[in-house]
Ligand binder design. Structure first.
Ligand code: ZN
Length: 134
């Protein structure tokens, strides 16, 4: 793991949350992006070497909708930057972590991503992300 790539925050309304985080950080998000396969709209703010990702559900079946229903708005996941996502997935599985996807998938912000089940990491959903080479 290199660094915390971003913190994911589940929000009910992306537009309203963008305004709040713009005020909080003092600048606008650098991008907003929908990820249809995950049923989310996202926006990203830089914060030093890391980022803040705001996530809004676009469908009732979206993991973000389910999260907010259960736990309300708040921190949803921690994403760590990795150089070789497949190698990290393999290493972590051997260490006993539960992978939520067996193959890396295309996530927001030009990344390959994989998730670890919160039950294997003290209640925190962990995302691994690797930059997709351009
Ligand atoms: Zn994320």
């Amino acid at each position: 793991m290199n660094k915390i790539e971003h913190l994911g925050i589940a929000v009910k309304n992306l537009e309203a949350a963008n305004e709040i985080y713009t005020k909080l950080l003092g600048y606008q998000p650098y991008k907003t992006e929908g990820v249809a396969s995950e049923g989310v709209n996202t926006s990203f703010f830089t914060c030093g070497e890391s980022k803040i990702e705001l996530l809004e559900a676009t469908t009732k079946e979206s993991p973000i909708a389910k999260f907010i229903e259960k736990r309300g708005e708040g921190i949803h996941h921690i994403a760590f930057s990795v150089v070789d996502i497949k190698a990290e997935m393999c290493r972590l599985e051997k260490e006993g972590f539960v992978l939520l996807n067996q193959e890396p998938k295309k996530g927001a912000d030009n990344k390959l991503v994989a998730f670890l089940h919160p039950k294997s990491s003290n209640g925190v959903l962990v995302e691994l992300c690797q930059d997709i080479a351009e």
